[in-house]
Ligand binder design. Structure first.
Ligand code: FMN
Length: 174
């Protein structure tokens, strides 16, 4: 099944609040490990996931500027917490509250990344959904994707400035 032919179904892929979705990647974001919860919720088997870019579960409603912030942060060696909407193999969706951090070798070089994800509350999802909708709209406004990313990134920065907070503080305040 080609990933491009899969559209969101509007149905939720079950993920309960006592579970943790875990994955690890190489420095380029290709999946090197997926736990059994990841396999069940995403609908992909371990062989289908290993070696694939993590964008395999990207949902079209996710603003790309959030992933830019994620990559800028983890490549700088810092950890990030973020709300992410993901899409399972069959088009079902699931929200996660993700913690992503770098794994280093003894010399301090980043050798990969690690992510643990828990289920956000309905209130947290309700708070982040309109923000991501606005960011996505801003991203799609210009014909050129790069301009869209820049504008949406500026919109996110301005929202955080208005609230006088960092992205991390902001996500924990929801
Ligand atoms: C450890 C780790 C975990 C990630 N988890 C997700 C995830 O759950 N969902 C997702 O869409 N992208 C995730 N990403 C980001 C993807 O690498 C990618 O940047 C994103 O899907 C956007 O796709 P694009 O870079 O092709 O635009 C993760 C990256 C890393 C390094």
């Amino acid at each position: 099944m080609s990933r491009k032919s899969v559209h969101p179904t509007g149905r939720e892929s079950p993920f309960s609040s006592d579970e943790i979705i875990v994955s690890k990647t190489d420095p380029k974001g290709r999946i090197t490990y997926a736990n059994d919860v990841f396999v069940r919720v995403s609908g992909y088997s371990v062989p289908e996931l290993l070696g694939q870019p993590h964008s395999i579960i990207r949902h079209p409603d996710m603003p790309r500027c959030v992933f830019k912030l994620l990559w800028d942060t983890i490549q700088a060696g810092e950890e990030i917490f973020a709300y992410v909407l993901n899409m399972a193999r069959n088009g079902d969706h699931y929200w996660v509250f993700a913690h992503v951090s770098a794994t280093r070798d003894a010399s301090g070089t980043i050798v990969g990344y690690h992510s643990n994800r828990r289920k956000p509350s309905d209130a947290q999802i309700a708070a982040i959904t309109p923000i991501y909708r606005d960011l996505l709209r801003e991203e799609h406004r210009p014909a050129n994707r790069k301009d869209g990313m820049t504008n949406a990134g500026a919109m996110l920065a301005s929202l955080l400035r208005q609230k006088g907070t960092s992205y991390d503080e902001f996500v924990f305040s929801l």
